[in-house]
Design a protein around this ligand. Structure first.
Ligand SMILES: *Cc1c(COP(=O)(O)O)cnc(C)c1O
Length: 392
């Protein structure tokens, strides 16, 4: 087997299959073992005091963790990768690694709700000032820069409203003032968007979603550029971050089939969107891979595919009761948070309190769907009967 370095020239699907695996290191077994560990023993005290072996203590590294980190390092073209306990934990660690007391951080107004909660509670308590910005700003974001601006947080498409951001323009502007750029890239996964190649310093994934892919574990990942790596690595070391090897393994296992799953999620989603377009109760479809979407041009330029998550608005005049009736009538779509597993899900979109920098009609009746791997014909029939119950 070749060294990991030679894998960087391979295509993404090949990396998904081969990266992070070294069967020769584990008696030829295809997959790495799940190493349950704390203590690592040394052959003698000299090796111990000189740090003369690869592993020293499981908090500082473990072959199962290394396997997932190395795979993602190849796939994201990163200097290094850190695995976190959840997507939110990955967001928090990435932000903490690039701000300190007295700094200012700009956060997209469309950021994931719990990211806002972290920013509104923890960051002010350590002396970091938080400012939300209009996600439609590209290079004009310069007008918000202050002497103490240390980081710009982006997420594309944004949570619930699916607005796109001009990441390369933001990254170029931030580079001029040496501010770090972070991107929550959960929607596209590293397969359909490569944040580091767009100029981002820290690329964040809620691994819970498409990487794990089976709704059975929680993980977060942060892939770092060369300039951001030292601080991220040092922070995670100092904070004692460690993720259980069983969950890491579920991430690795999910990663191997990411490409085939996403292809199907994408295909099913287009079929369902096509059908939704023709329904009189449905208004705007929020999915940047649709030509009708305001974010389409950016999506086409920066992304190579789309996933199974989108939202739609019901037509004007729809009541909250009709929206809820529709959701309650669904049989194949589970009512539940999170997404990215094999199954379809639905939630009502509630943006109250989630937009502070840009106007947004919080009374809009909208639904977010995750389209799973079921047969799309069944999924359409289910939507049809639920619309009939709510509006019929
Ligand atoms: C789900 C999600 C997260 C958080 O991931 P968890 O694993 O649930 O903590 C972060 N960002 C986005 C865009 C998400 O959808």
């Amino acid at each position: 087997m070749s060294s990991p370095d030679s894998k960087t020239s391979l295509k993404q699907d090949t990396k998904l299959t081969h990266s992070g695996r070294e069967p020769r290191s584990f008696h030829g077994f295809v997959n790495p073992p799940i190493v349950h560990a704390s203590t690592v023993l040394y052959p003698d005290v000299e090796t111990m005091v000189t740090g003369g072996q690869t592993y020293s203590y499981a908090r500082r590294g473990n072959p199962t963790t290394d396997s997932l980190e190395n795979a993602l390092k190849d796939i994201e073209g990163a200097e290094g990768v850190k695995i976190a306990n959840s997507g939110l934990n990955a967001v928090a660690l990435a932000i903490m690694s690039c701000v300190k007391s007295g700094d200012h951080i700009l956060i997209a107004d469309t950021a994931y709700g719990p990211t806002r909660h972290f920013a509104d509670t923890v960051l002010p308590s350590i002396g970091v000032s938080v400012e939300y910005y209009d996600p439609s700003l590209g290079s004009e974001i310069r007008s918000l820069f202050r002497a103490e601006t240390a980081a710009v947080f982006t997420e594309a498409p944004g949570s619930l409203s699916f607005e796109m951001q001009d990441i390369p323009a933001i990254a170029e502007a931030a580079r001029e003032i040496d501010a770090s750029v972070l991107m929550d890239n959960t929607w596209a996964s590293p397969l359909f968007c490569q944040p580091l190649a767009l100029g981002v310093d820290l690329s964040i994934q809620a691994g819970t979603k498409y990487i794990v892919g089976h709704s059975d574990a929680m993980l977060g990942t942060v892939a770092s550029s060369e300039r951001a790596w030292e601080k991220l690595d040092a922070l995670c070391g100092a904070m004692g971050c460690h993720v259980a090897p069983d969950d890491i393994y579920l991430g690795l296992r999910g990663l191997r089939t990411l490409s085939v799953r996403l292809e199907r999620h994408q295909r099913n989603t287009f079929e369902i969107l096509d059908w939704l377009k023709g329904q009189p109760q449905i208004g705007t479809l929020r999915y940047p891979a649709l030509k009708s979407d305001p974010g389409y041009e950016i999506w086409k330029r920066d992304f190579s595919g789309s996933s199974g998550l989108f939202a739609f608005d019901f037509v004007d005049g729809t009541t909250k009761e009709q929206n809820f009736k529709f959701l309650n009538a669904l049989k194949l779509y589970g009512l539940g948070y999170s997404w990215g597993g094999f199954e379809s899900l639905a939630i009502p979109v509630r943006l109250k309190g989630m937009r502070t920098a840009t106007p947004f009609d919080v009374n809009l009746q909208s639904v977010r769907l995750h389209i799973g791997l079921e047969d799309p014909e069944d999924l359409i029939k289910d939507l049809d009967q639920a619309l009939e119950k709510a509006f019929g």
